[in-house]
Design a binder for this molecule. Structure first.
Ligand SMILES: Nc1ncnc2c1ncn2[C@@H]1O[C@H](COP(=O)(O)OP(=O)(O)OP(=O)(O)O)[C@@H](O)[C@H]1O
Ligand SMILES: [Mg+2]
Length: 458
C-alpha cells in the first residue's frame, strides 16, 4: 500500500519544532503500540541534520554497534563504526565532538534497550547531565507508556523523564482523518471502522477498504491476519505478564463495571485489581466513564480502546469459528454484537463531536460533561454550562429515525434532563444514522455525512 500522506499531529510537530529552535535538550515521545511515534519523528527530522536509530531487544554491545553504524551512515562519519565503544555516553560524546554542528539524535524504542540492559538509563543520564549541555544537540527518546513513565525512564531513582524539556504523549489521530486512510468508504462505513479500531494509524493503514467494514475486520483477525494477536501484543509491549490485565479487560468488556465485580469475575484480590487497573487506565485502555451529575461513590469502568472493545465483543466469543478460516456465513449473533459495538462507537463519536464542535456552535461553555445517569434515567451525553444555565443533551442512535421518533426522543430527553437540572435551557442534538426530515425544530439532527470528515483533520 502507498504510504498515506502525513496527517494530524500539528501540535506535536509544533512542540518538536520549538525544541529544534532551542537547539539543545532532551525530548521524550511515548505512546501505545502502533500509535505513530516513529512516523512523527521521521516527519520532524526530515531535512534536518539528524541520526535515527531504532533500538532492539539486543545485547548492549550489539545496540551500541548498530547505533555507531547509524551515525556513520547518517553523518558520513567515516570509520565511526569501527571504534568499540564501552557505553552510550562515550559513544554520543565522541560523535558530537566529531560533528560539532546542530544535530538531532533519535533513539526509537529505547525501552527495548532498557529491558535487555537496564544500565542504559544511567548512561543516558550521564550524557544528559554532563555532555549534552556542552553541545548543540537534541536527543529524543521514544518508548512504551509504562516503560517511559513508570519503569525505565521515570522509575528506580533515575528520573530521566523529569529531566526532559519536552514530553509528548501521542494519542489517537482525530476521527476526521479516517477518509485519508479509507478513501473508498462512505461516511457510514467510516463510522463503523472508527467504532472498531479507533484512530490508531497502523490499523487504518493496513485496513482493506475494498471490503465492507465487518468483512475487513474479520479478515484482519483471521488466523495469520494482522490483528490476530494484537490485544496480547499491545499488553506485552507494556508489561511482563499480561494475563491479569487481559482478565480485567475481559471482565469489563463483559459488563463488570465496578472494582468489586471485576474482582469476583476474575478471582483476583481487590487490591491487585486496583493496582492493575491503575496501569490499564494509565495506558488509556480502560477508564472510568464520565458521569453527570458527578458522584465519587458511583464510578463505572469502561473499555476505552476501540480495538480492545471490538475484539472482546466480536472476536473473542467466536474464536472457534474464526480460527477455522474466514467464516462463510457470519453468524446472526455475531452480527448483533457487531451492531452493538458500532452503536457504542457512534455514541463515542457523538460525544466527541458535540464536545469539540457542536457545543461551541450553539454557544455553550463546558462546566461538566458526561453520560447523564439519575434514578434510572439515562441520556447518552450532556454538556452542562452552569454559568449560563444551559445544556446540550445528546442522544445517539445507530439506525434510521422517522420524524415522529425524532420528536419523541427530543421530548423525552428534555424531560429527563429537566428532572436533574430544572430551569436549565436544554438544546437537544440527535445523532442518527439516517433521517428523512432533518429540518427539525425540536432538535439538531446530525448524520454521519454531516461530520467534519477531512475538514477538521489538520
Ligand atoms: N500522522 C500520520 N499520518 C499518516 N500515517 C501515519 C501517521 N502516523 C503513523 N502513520 C502510519 O501508521 C503506521 C504506524 O505508525 P508508526 O510505525 O509510526 O507507529 P509506532 O507508534 O512507531 O508503532 P510501533 O509501536 O509499532 O513502533 C505506519 O504505517 C505509519 O506510516
Ligand atoms: Mg515505532
Amino acid at each position: 500500500m502507498d504510504p498515506v500522506r502525513f496527517v494530524d499531529r500539528q501540535t506535536e510537530l509544533g512542540l518538536l519544532e520549538d525544541l529544534w529552535s532551542k537547539g539543545r535538550g532532551l525530548g521524550v515521545v511515548y505512546g501505545r503500540r502502533r500509535i505513530g511515534k516513529t512516523r512523527l519523528l521521521l516527519q520532524w527530522i526530515n531535512g534536518k541534520p539528524s541520526v535515527y536509530y531504532q533500538a532492539g531487544l539486543y545485547s548492549h554491545e550489539l545496540n551500541l554497534q548498530e547505533l555507531a553504524k547509524a551515525f556513520e551512515e547518517y553523518l558520513s562519519l567515516e570509520g565511526f563504526s569501527k571504534v568499540k565503544f564501552s557505553s552510550l555516553d562515550v559513544l554520543l560524546e565522541h560523535a558530537l565532538r566529531m560533528w560539532s554542528d546542530k544535530l538531532i539524535v533519535v533513539i526509537d524504542e529505547v525501552t527495548y534497550w532498557a529491558r535487555s540492559y537496564p544500565g542504559i538509563v544511567s548512561e543516558l543520564q550521564k550524557f544528559v547531565d554532563h555532555i549534552l549541555p556542552k553541545h548543540q544537540a537534541i536527543l529524543v527518546l521514544t518508548g512504551s507508556i509504562i516503560g517511559v513513565v513508570i519503569r525505565d525512564l521515570a522509575g528506580g531513582g533515575s528520573p530521566l523523564f523529569g529531566r526532559a524539556s519536552l514530553r509528548v504523549r501521542l494519542g489517537e489521530l482525530s476521527p476526521w482523518c479516517l477518509p485519508y486512510f479509507l478513501p473508498r468508504y462512505n461516511s457510514s462505513e467510516l463510522v463503523e471502522t472508527y467504532s472498531l479500531v479507533g484512530g490508531i494509524p497502523y490499523y487504518l493503514v493496513e485496513w482493506p477498504d475494498s471490503l465492507e467494514p465487518l468483512k475487513a475486520y474479520l479478515r484482519m483477525f483471521a488466523p495469520g491476519g494482522l490483528l490476530e494477536d494484537e490485544p496480547l501484543m499491545t499488553l506485552r509491549e507494556e508489561v511482563r505478564n499480561p494475563s491479569p490485565y487481559l482478565s480485567i479487560i475481559k471482565a469489563v468488556a463483559e459488563g463488570r463495571r465496578s472494582l468489586g465485580e471485576v474482582s469476583s469475575y476474575t478471582g483476583l484480590p481487590l487490591g491487585h485489581v486496583s493496582r492493575y487497573l491503575s496501569s490499564l487506565i494509565q495506558l488509556g485502555l480502560v477508564d472510568y466513564e464520565p458521569l453527570v451529575p458527578r458522584r465519587r461513590k458511583r464510578r463505572l469502568l469502561m473499555i476505552n480502546d476501540r480495538l480492545l472493545k471490538s475484539c472482546y465483543s466480536i472476536v473473542e466469543p467466536y474464536r472457534h469459528i474464526l480460527s477455522s478460516g474466514e467464516p462463510g456465513e457470519i453468524p446472526r449473533s455475531l452480527e448483533a454484537k457487531y451492531k452493538n459495538v458500532i452503536a457504542d462507537g457512534w455514541e463515542r463519536l457523538a460525544s466527541y463531536h458535540s464536545l469539540a464542535s457542536l457545543a461551541k456552535q450553539v454557544g455553550i461553555t463546558v462546566s461538566e460533561a458526561g453520560r447523564l445517569l439519575f434514578k434510572g434515567d439515562e441520556v447518552d451525553y450532556v454538556i452542562v454550562d452552569h454559568d449560563n444555565r444551559r445544556i446540550l443533551a445528546v442522544e445517539a442512535k445507530w439506525r434510521s429515525l422517522t420524524s415522529r421518533e425524532l420528536r419523541n426522543i427530543a421530548r423525552e430527553v428534555k424531560a429527563k434532563v429537566h428532572k436533574v437540572f430544572p430551569g436549565y435551557d436544554v438544546t437537544v442534538a440527535i445523532y442518527t444514522r439516517a433521517a428523512h426530515n432533518t429540518e427539525h425544530q425540536d432538535a439538531i439532527i446530525v448524520k454521519p455525512e454531516d461530520l467534519p470528515w477531512k475538514k477538521d483533520c489538520p
